[in-house]
Design a protein around this ligand. Structure first.
Ligand code: KG4
Ligand code: ZN
Length: 337
């Protein structure tokens, strides 16, 4: 079964053709980094407009480069949330139009479900159940993946998402947008023990996260040094901040894996590209004889191949949309709307 997938939930216009959920026939991503960099972050209005500008050529390229036609496709899939509402609506409207014109079924895909599915592409042997750490620009959760379309959230952030935190700290340090990846890059030459940060505490579940204290502490440290006229070492600060944050995340994830009895651990989402997080988890999982799955870097951040992968499993569970399907800024991964 060949599925055309469309993803426009944030700042990447992406389309892909995926066969049977696991084989990527094409994967096209039009990035908007240039347009958003002068503002230091994603501007939703610009993002929606860029999706409108790019979507036709991106989808056409995804179909043409694997020499497909609509006759050789079996379904159209699209991210319908969570994400920026204006951005989601562009992809959804376009996908609905294609589905109506071609008569192909329309498969709605939850954005975080698709991040998890990025791992199915990279690891043909990977099947649920497993425990997954989903860390992105908008989400930070520990999730039991009971089956391809059955999820249970056991921990989530009480305030900011980790990606958002990395982006903010990078911006205050004067690093260019996109912050997270540049913070990671510059941290490679820094001393991770130079600065220390308080370990966050949460009053909710022991599996929940909190990043706002870490973020505030980092920003205060940078501003205090600036006010004193001291020059902060950006590589050292970046290394220390990445190290403290990913250490905290890893500890929580490993604790949850142990408590819920999982030895198959998966990570997903943009922040799963972070070198400190990958290194720490790799080391700890090796010690504990856990099997760790990390998506390839280009499948960590937003792309449409992961949407096409998840769509296959949604289709098998008969999750087909009507034309009244709407976009949603927030949807629970376990209970779809
Ligand atoms: O999954 P994603 O592409 O979009 C959302 O669904 O939010 O994640 C984007 C987030 C951004 O906050 C970005 O800074 C972060 O992932 N990110 C990273 C790295 N690469 C991307 N954060 C830390 N280290 C990285 N290498
Ligand atoms: Zn994402």
């Amino acid at each position: 079964m060949r599925i055309l997938a469309i993803e426009t939930s944030c700042d990447e216009t992406a389309a892909s053709v995926v066969e049977n959920g696991r084989r990527v026939l094409s994967c096209v991503v039009a990035s908007q980094i240039k347009q958003h960099s002068e503002y230091g972050g994603v501007v939703p209005e610009i993002s929606s407009r860029m999706h409108v500008e790019n979507i036709v050529s991106v989808v056409k390229k995804a179909i043409d480069c694997c020499e497909m036609t609509f006759d050789s496709l079996d379904a159209i899939s699209v991210t319908y949330g969570p994400g920026l509402i204006g951005s989601l609506l562009v992809g959804l409207g376009f996908a609905k139009g294609l589905s109506f014109a071609t008569g192909l079924p329309l498969i709605p895909v939850h954005h975080l479900r698709s991040h998890v599915a990025a791992n199915y592409i990279a690891y043909p042997e990977l099947t649920p159940p497993f425990i997954c750490l989903v860390v992105s620009g908008g989400h930070s959760s520990i999730i039991q993946v009971l089956d391809y379309t059955s999820f249970n959230v056991i921990g989530k952030t009480c305030d900011d998402a980790v990606g958002e935190t990395f982006d903010k700290v990078a911006r205050v340090l004067g690093l260019p947008y996109p912050g997270g990846v540049n913070l990671d890059k510059i941290s490679k030459t820094g001393d991770k023990l130079k600065f220390t940060f308080p370990k966050p505490k949460t009053s909710t579940s022991e599996h929940d996260f909190s990043f706002s204290g870490l973020k505030t502490s980092a920003i205060n440290k940078i501003n205090t040094e600036k006010q004193k006229g001291n020059k902060i070492s950006v590589p050292d600060f970046a290394a220390s901040f990445c190290y403290s944050t990913t250490d905290y995340i890893s500890e929580k994830f490993l604790k949850a894996a142990k408590k819920f009895g999982y030895s198959k651990l998966v990570i997903a989402g943009g922040v799963s590209a972070n070198s400190h997080l990958r290194e720490k988890l790799k080391m700890e999982c090796k010690k504990k004889s856990y099997k760790l799955y990390t998506p390839p870097i280009d499948l960590c951040t937003d792309n449409a191949a992961m949407v096409g992968s998840q769509a296959y499993y949604e289709f098998l569970r008969k999750n087909i949309a009507n034309f009244d399907l709407n976009a949603h800024a927030n949807i629970d991964i376990a209970n779809l709307v």
